[in-house]
Design a protein around this ligand. Sequence first.
Ligand code: ATP
Length: 559
Amino acid sequence: MKGNDNASPELTGLWQLLSTHKPNNKSFLYMTLLIIVATGLELVIPLYSRHLVDNINQLGFDYVVILGLVFVVVIAAISEGALAWYGARMGEHTNLSLRYSLIGRLVNTKQAILNNEHSAELSARIMNDSASVKSILAEDLIGLISGVISLIAVIVVMFLLDWRLTLVLLACIAIGALVITPLALSMRGIGKAMQDAEADLFTYVSECFKSGKMIRAHNAKQSVLNRSKGLLNNSFHHAMREARVVSMINPISNLVLMMSMVAILAFSAHWIAQGSMTLGTVTAFLMYLFGLAFPLISLGMFFSNLQKAAGAAVRLNEINQYEMESEGGNLELKKLSSIRLNKLKFEADGKLILTDINLAFSAAGLTVILGESGSGKSTLIQQLLGFYHETQSNILVNELPFTDYQLNSVRGNMAWVDQEPRLFHASIRENLLLGLTTVPSDEEIMACIEQVGLLSWFNKINGDLDILVSEQQQLFSGGEKQRFAIARALLRKPQLLVLDEPSSALDKDNEASIMSLLRHMSANIHVVMVTHNKQLISPSDHVVTLENGRISKTCQRVA
Ligand SMILES: Nc1ncnc2c1ncn2[C@@H]1O[C@H](COP(=O)(O)OP(=O)(O)OP(=O)(O)O)[C@@H](O)[C@H]1O
């Protein structure tokens, strides 16, 4: 399929995904061998049965044949089980590799791209779309290969047994294929629409469950239900379209089998009466006919699921094409001594957000960024963390371009406290130690908790660092969450501490103690803090005022 310009883009995309994540050729070889053994043994059974039937009248039971038959049946069952297990193992390996690579891609995707995506939709894609791609390999491919081998082998064996009955059967199969093929092809659009509808539903429902309080407070329960109903109806509509096709494929396959059976019985009766056919041949033929049911259905399912997997691959390939954040240059930043923004300009979605920013941060001190809401304060401090590759060339770290350094080593010297501190649904300890490679002792953790004034909160939760932070974060008040985020930042022992409105939810006492902590720290590290609150500024602070993305004022003293 590779390099085939005529292949549909969806199928080419599926091939690309599978060729990267499929198991190695040895696994395929083992799988094919298992298929050949399982299918081959199933083909031998009717021949044994024929022999048994044709010899009963003359010689009584042939016990050697019966024993051979039992042996073949048992081995066939074992190899079929082994094949199912091996196929599932191959599929799950592919699923693991595919999902891991997608998560890796998203973790490394440029922040500017992720800003426009919905987290729940991305999660839905990783879960559902990769499952579709997996099942084509784990179940459908085995069905296809064993189906094709069975079909060819059965037809050859049947032909050798009796060419006339085989022609009758082939005519029936041709009629069935004519009806089933257009049905299987119609799954193409259905599968994609179904997966889109499921992803929309998943995204909406997860957002609603997260915002339960807001929905109640706004009396929005009914509108949530209405919208959910709409999305559910959409999903139901596509699921029913799929069910209609599947419910036609199965009975049509059965109908073809029944037609074939009736035709074969009728012709057999005629040829037995003429003496040109034995009862054993008819028995073997009927057994092969039943054996054909599974391969025929498998073939139908393969082509319909192939369309589904191809649709899923389109979406997964979109993720695979997201541009990754650069890992930076070769230099490792051991100690950050200065960072300077030089004529920095930042645009997003065609909007100029920061312009002509010239600012320097030395090894120690406190810089306060002031400005009205929307003036670009948060965007400015986020530049320091290298979230946006396009501005990194205007940032000098220790007087060298930011891009010369390994990105992780620069970030390793920094800590960031976001405007809305985010906590994971994990233990307090895991939240505190986020990203740390050297694990601090419990004493160090306690010291940070005490420094940010969280000791009484810590006693309230019985000093249990392993308690789980729920998604709704009920363990924390708004102010406690802010102080917790500051403790997490301090544990990183940063050279540059960047805080976005760190005291907006704090009372006067806590605000004063956090400011005194930050001032104390600014003797050894540089603290950059965004705030609205001019009361927090002390005469010795370096104050930068932003207006519409431009620095309108910088001063060392505030009146
Ligand atoms: N990635 C982005 N894409 C599009 N617009 C953006 C992006 N980042 C910031 N903006 C816009 O830039 C403007 C400045 O945002 P920013 O969050 O930096 O302001 P702020 O001064 O921190 O405001 P506040 O004090 O209210 O938090 C806003 O209008 C925001 O919508």
